[in-house]
Design a protein around this ligand. Structure first.
Ligand code: M1P
Length: 237
């Protein structure tokens, strides 16, 4: 049997938006005789906002917060802790207060999740159009990349992944998405593992997991442009 692993935002759903009804319906029926997992940077609450309970139940397990928590059928199987250095928080506060971003900022800019921190200069409590505005600003000014590079030189023991549109995911080294590959291989020593992600290229937040999956052997990675392409590929499998 093949093990299918899916990133969430940009792969099964548009970023931070619900899975389409059509895709949910298709997926529930397609996955009936298969073993599927999600591997996402988001926490479980966000997954529940983007997917119906029936669709979530189509997955054998949901690795949240970069694989730092595993949910199975509504129960936590394990979770990791991350006690970050106080100087990290000071620097994050400083990036927030000294940003040159010229528009409104929102609350929830340092979100502590199990085993990781999500940091967004803009703040996670922003409406969707503000995400798009920050994303365009960041593309031009590379604010997140600059912050990431600076933080990595101060804290070499950390990993930082710029995954979505407005934020970055901070974890101890080795506790990023890549940890999901080993955990799956322990569970399924002989099965083929296929990972679907929209950012499996260098610099993307699926890259570390894509590399780790390929290193396992008897595995492959599928780069997709979005949920529509994921669905098309699954249809033909
Ligand atoms: O799944 C990709 C990313 O989605 C969100 O990113 P953003 O809010 O920046 O679009 C976050 O949940 C992030 O943790 C996650 O990696």
């Amino acid at each position: 049997m093949t093990i299918f692993v899916f990133d969430l935002d940009g792969t099964l759903t548009p970023p931070r938006l619900p899975m389409s009804e059509d895709f949910e319906k298709f997926f529930i029926s397609w996955s009936k005789d298969k073993k599927c997992f999600i591997a996402t940077g988001s926490d479980f609450k966000k997954v529940t906002e983007q997917m119906s309970e029936i669709a979530m139940n189509a997955f054998e397990g949901i690795y949240c917060s970069m694989g730092n928590v595993l949910w199975q059928k509504g129960e936590i199987i394990y979770k990791n802790e991350f006690k970050a250095d106080v100087r990290l928080f000071e620097m994050l506060e400083n990036y927030r207060s000294s940003t040159n971003y010229p528009y409104q900022l929102f609350d929830n800019y340092i979100e502590k999740r199990d085993g990781m921190i999500n940091f967004s200069v803009l703040g996670r409590d922003c409406p969707y159009h503000e995400r798009e505005r920050y994303y365009a600003y960041d593309k031009e000014h590379k604010e997140r990349e600059k912050i990431k590079n600076e933080l990595m030189s101060f804290f070499p023991e950390l990993d930082i992944a710029i995954g979505g549109m407005i934020s970055m995911d901070i974890t101890p080294k080795g506790c990023g998405k890549e940890q999901v590959a080993q955990k799956l291989r322990e569970k399924y020593p002989d099965e083929k593992i296929i990972f679907f992600g929209d950012k499996t290229f260098e610099g993307g937040n699926d890259y570390s997991l894509a590399l780790a999956v390929l290193e396992l052997g008897n595995s492959s990675v599928v780069q997709v442009s979005g949920p529509d392409e994921t669905k098309e590929i699954l249809k033909n499998m």
